[in-house]
Design a protein around this ligand. Sequence first.
Ligand code: SF4
Ligand code: FES
Length: 335
Amino acid sequence: MPKVTIDNIEIEVPEGTTILQAARLIGERNAADRHVVPPTMCYYSSLKTSGGYCRTCIVKVTKGSDKDPRPMPKPVASCRTNVMDGMVVANTTDADLLDARRAVTEFLLINHPLDCPICDQAGECHLQDLGYEHGLEASRYQFERRTFDPIDIGTTIKLHMNRCILCYRCVKVADQLTDGRVHGVINRGDVSEISTYIQNVVENDFSGNVIDVCPVGALTDRTFRFASRVWFTNPVDAHRDCPKCSGKAVLWLKGQEVLRVTGRKDQWGEVEDFICNECRFEHKDLKAWTVEGPRKIDRHSVIGQGHYELKRQQRMLESAAPNVPELNKAKQPDR
Ligand code: SF4
Ligand code: FES
């Protein structure tokens, strides 16, 4: 099995593993080493052919392999580059690479509006995190930004094309999870845009997952828009018997009110089990769910600052949900 060293940490991985997957394995082995994991905006492990669009995951390969130790001449997309035996990679330990990632961030922000104060994705936005970590204080871009009117895609999803970074994740979801995709990217280059053909409605049992995979606020849940800043809500794991999906979701509560239902995301921000639209949009009553316990939010952005302590959540849930028998026994998995 090939051995790769990322930011001076070595790991042995199965043949065919990408640099990004190897870095995630290091992060999963020891949470203190998670800094070796490059940020991702377009790669999504459960979506085939995702990755290769955004370039945020670039790394510097300072040694190609034991057989051919020459460094790679330019940064490579870690989500699309397989490890070779003896490869040495820099993610956070190389100043030039960090500069290159800053440049990628600047490009992504050329057209993206800084409307975080009114965007529903604030606190959960991967571009917001990337901007804080690698962004410049001010934009150097002097030309007019692309602007589009927001459009409704069906009754439950809103598209803000201004915010889209063309990561293609929603297109992959529509392709791979739904039957009969009616949206995609039209045009090329700086006039590319996500479009539904003649604003066709995306009505499909799993179409709501485009909201969860969108790394920015380009696709938002119309049933949750402007209902609350996400860090003022209390997320809990809950499930229901669902014939269409696993029924495992996160309920975002305010008091007894279910403001929003989403899929459960892992430590890399990816949905563990895609949920159906019925679970997502049609069961906003706490009684329809069995609450398992508080969701630990492990994000370094503002949403992670909510400190969803078990006690606070228990108090809230005990008063809010009579159908939470196991709550006191709830033990928190580290997600
Ligand atoms: S709408 Fe969101 S998920 Fe779709 S391409 Fe744009 S940024 Fe990506
Ligand atoms: S995550 Fe690798 S190119 Fe976007």
